[in-house]
Design a protein around this ligand. Structure first.
Ligand code: NDP
Length: 328
């Protein structure tokens, strides 16, 4: 195996610049497991990191890419051996650790999840951070939250990576799902995933009243800002709202009224520092509950050389579902 490999690297002098470079293993982080990276993905956060729209990369030079799947080539960690198939996301990848946009990675085994037998390396990244975050959101919603049959669940940012997997998971669990999207042309696709209703996202995106008509037994929000505030204001008594994203904005222009008058619960969702025990549950549940046949409809292949040029598209909401980057 050649010691040199291709990587997408961010450098910062006065301004941020990203380009494809040839690296060697010596350029990587210290770590007890070396991985031949097979697949990565293009997430919203990758779009922010590549374009510099938000200061994601905290050190430079840095290999970008917040997640990857691959095969262990060397390991000094007791839990991993060459040939093991693994997935890595979060824990600072693409922030202060080198990430997945490289044909090789080296990392602490404490950060790696061994892939369940039934999930291939390609499928792991078709799921990716977005799908895993969708599962964390479903877990957050279900913890003392609504059961199927209790009423509709609203999913915002529905045509994005988290939204599409969340709809699929919830619908297959038996929940009634309403998809909020700005892309009316994706309605049939969202219904094919299991949504039973479509809401134009414009109806949620402006400032609304603190308490509105009670519509939702639960909400999986990927969008933040006014959308999240309105979703909370429309949640039924005892309902649960999960918040994972900020596609509209990081602000939350809401009041406490839904919390103190309707017992609504707001559940944060973090994938980056999620404890290993929760990650393992999430991946085991994905292996069992996500209809792998739907992954093909949820994802598309993106050549590694296209990542740089397509990054602005994900910030502009022009990417449907999951973009899987093949580095094998
Ligand atoms: P995508 O870009 O794939 O999807 C985001 C979706 O949000 C878009 O498809 C669009 O949906 C909607 N959207 C975009 N801009 C706006 C806007 N201005 N107003 C309202 N809706 C908008 O991203 P992901 O699905 O990968 O991630 C979703 C969010 O979750 C992101 O903010 C991301 O940073 C965050 N995230 C957080 C994680 C965590 O650990 N907490 C982990 C992973 C992601 P539509 O076209 O249907 O309207």
């Amino acid at each position: 195996m050649s010691d040199s490999f291709k990587a997408l690297v961010a450098r910062k002098e006065e301004t941020l610049s990203c380009s494809y470079e040839t690296l060697t293993l010596d350029d990587l982080d210290a770590g007890d497991v070396t991985v031949a990276v097979d697949y990565s993905t293009l997430n919203f956060k990758d779009g922010l990191a590549i374009t510099g729209a938000a200061p994601i990369a905290q050190k430079h030079p840095l290999v970008l890419g917040i997640d990857y799947s691959g095969t262990v080539t060397e390991s000094a960690h007791a839990n991993f051996a060459p040939g093991d198939r693994v997935v890595m996301n979060g824990y600072g990848a693409s922030e202060y650790l080198h990430g997945g946009y490289a044909e090789r990675a080296r990392v602490s085994g404490e950060f790696l999840v061994k892939l369940p037998e039934s999930i291939s390396n390609a499928q792991a990244m078709a799921i990716g951070t977005a799908g895993y975050t969708a599962m964390l959101s479903v877990m957050g919603l279900q913890a003392n939250g609504p059961a199927p049959g209790d009423g509709p669940i609203l999913v915002t940012g529905a045509a994005g990576g988290v939204g599409t997997v969340a709809i699929t998971l919830l619908a297959d669990l038996g929940y009634e799902v309403v998809a909020s999207t700005g892309r009316a042309n994706e309605s049939d696709f969202l219904m094919s995933l299991g949504a039973t209703g479509i809401l134009d996202r414009a109806e949620l995106s402006e400032r609304g009243k603190p308490l509105q008509k009670e519509l939702w037994a639960g909400v999986v929000d990927c969008v933040g800002s006014h959308t999240l505030a309105n979703a909370i204001a429309q949640t039924r008594y005892d309902g649960v709202v999960t918040a994972c994203g900020l596609a509209q904005g990081a602000d939350l222009p809401a009041t406490v009224m839904p919390f103190i008058l309707r017992n609504v619960r707001l559940q944060g969702v973090d994938s980056v520092q999620a404890p290993m025990a929760r990650r393992l549950v999430a991946w085991e549940r994905l292996a069992k509950e996500l209809d792998i046949n739907k992954l093909e409809a949820l994802s598309f292949d993106l050549h590694f050389s296209e990542v740089l040029s397509r990054a602005p598209d994900i910030l502009a909401g022009k990417i449907r579902g999951r973009a899987v980057v093949d580095l094998s």
